[in-house]
Design a protein around this ligand. Structure first.
Ligand code: C5P
Length: 224
């Protein structure tokens, strides 16, 4: 059966990951969460007190970082491993979200992650979500989605997600984090977040998750 590459880019908390994961499951594709990779790098930098302005420190740290995704046999969830340790829950916390955009703006970090992402998605039949998938990682992806949503709705969704993980955070703090990340992600020098010319806009503000999944699956079918 013919398979394609699906790139899902957009702002934080628009529902990219949840949708991409479900689309992948429905199509029998693999799913790669590139945000998790930048979050894992951020966790490593935090744990090892890496000075992000020191190029040598950053290069050395990157040499020591190994990121992989493993499927949890109990619930089938794809989980992020950093140097063999499961960091899935840790990287979702707000203190990581508050630092990740600074770390992901570093050119060396991006080059290392993009190289890994291209390897991971070499075979077709992949749904990859992030900020630069359609523009940099897989500019030839057959289907590119650019997700947007109202900032308040995004903040509410993120709060529910954090609450479910036991991270009780004030809505104002989440709004601040989302605004800060959007600004840093769209204005950084190295591969800023922007819509690829051939990407399809999907505003998820008033869409249910099922509707989002259905829409992307229809578009994927059309792109075959
Ligand atoms: O998707 P998620 O919110 O987990 O991404 C966390 C952060 O990682 C983003 O705010 C962005 O700074 C960075 N990121 C990136 N490029 C990607 C994926 C994520 O710069 N492809």
């Amino acid at each position: 059966m013919q398979k394609i590459t699906i790139a899902v880019d957009g702002y934080s908390s628009c529902g990219k990951s949840t949708t991409a994961k479900k689309v992948a499951a429905r199509l029998g594709y693999s799913y790669i969460d590139t945000g998790a990779m930048y979050r894992a790098v951020t966790l490593y930098f935090y744990q090892h007190l890496v000075t992000i302005t020191n190029e040598k420190d950053v290069a050395k740290a990157l040499d020591n970082i190994q990121i992989e995704f493993r499927r949890n046999p109990n619930d089938g969830r794809n989980e992020t491993y950093l140097n063999g340790l499961n960091v899935e829950d840790e990287i979702r916390k707000l203190y990581i979200a508050n630092q990740v955009s600074e770390v992901s703006a570093i050119a060396e970090v991006r080059h290392a992650m993009v190289a890994q992402q291209r390897k991971m998605g070499k075979k077709k039949g992949v749904v990859m979500d992030g900020r630069d998938i359609g523009t940099v990682v897989f500019p030839d992806a057959e289907l590119k989605i650019f997700m947007t949503a109202d900032p308040i709705i995004r903040a509410n969704r993120r709060q529910i997600e954090l609450n479910e993980r036991g991270d009780l955070v004030d809505i104002e703090e989440i709004i601040d984090n989302i605004k800060k990340r959007d600004l840093l992600d769209t204005t950084r020098k190295e591969s800023p977040l922007r819509k690829a010319e051939d990407a399809i806009d999907v505003d998820t503000s008033y869409m249910t998750l099922d509707e989002q999944v259905e829409m992307v699956c229809i578009l994927a079918d059309e792109a075959l």
